[in-house]
Ligand binder design. Sequence first.
Ligand code: AHG
Ligand code: MN
Ligand code: MN
Length: 342
Amino acid sequence: MTKENLGLPVGTTLDRFIKRKQDDFPYATGELSQLLRDIALAGKIINREITRCGLINLAGAFGATNVQGEEQQKLDIVANIRFIRALRNGGEVCAIISEEEEGIIDLDNPNGKYVVAMDPLDGSSNIDVNVSIGTIFSIYRRKSPTGTPITDADVLQRGVEQVAAGYLLYGTSSILVYTTGYGVNGFTYESSMGEFFLSHQSIKSPEDGKIFSVNEGSYNSFDAGVKEYIEYCKASEFSGRYIGSLVADFHRNLMKGGIYMYPATASAPNGKLRLIYECNALAFIAEQAGGRATNGQQRIMELAPGKLHQRTPLFIGSRKMVEQVGAILNQHELQRSAVDTL
Ligand code: AHG
Ligand code: MN
Ligand code: MN
């Protein structure tokens, strides 16, 4: 039996699954396992807040903007606090990078081995309208020795250095999907029992698909290559599906086959999405499921982040679709450089 396919029956609890995985690694100390459990716990709490937010005055704007100048919703703040608290209490993490905080969150736990990057609530414009939203997380092993202060090198790691990553999707049913680099598994939340149960074992994404997800409102400011690919999708009568929550759009395409694109636009010349706590985690999941993730030219997970809140264009999903849009973009790039040298 491979580490990827544990042969565990559907309905296995997340705790049992994590334990079983840990047993495959004789030298594992259990710290990563504990960290995954802490994330699942925070996810349960956030799921609870989301499902009742219309009743307890948690919907709506908080009245402040985050470091990216985006309006923060009350649940953005709540999710951020809940995750930080769960990771602090868990004791495995030394530092957190969050979409909602400008700097590194130093947990004052120099013996913590791990760094977590997170988008505590993704798709926050959808909170008030009962549309699926999510949480995205990446886990890195710190570079500096334990017992010493956090360094930039600890938090500015490339996606290829992730030891685990995943997302929680709070939707028609809530699901935790994660990878530790040995395939992708999904756990559906059973709220009456307060447990995540294995429901999607060794997820493999279709290598091709017929769904394209992009905010076409920005079409006029897309590069010619992106426009050409969108026209190809339309000519092929693919389905356009875009909900405005990256996690939800990504999850649907992962399961059904499709591509999600957030290219550069006039108002977001480097794209809108953040490399460290949005794109890298989903890229790790996509690749582990057989898909791809690029910025148009380069593999997302190989990009070296220069700053915490760095943005990148994102093309992610089924392998053939991401490769095809990449080929079109390269063609346009070649034509542009040929014109430049005239
Ligand atoms: P967040 O709520 O964490 O700021 O992320 C929102 C992101 C992503 O979830 C979504 O796909 C995208 O922004 C939507 O942006 P547009 O409204 O520009 O399409
Ligand atoms: Mn987001
Ligand atoms: Mn967010």
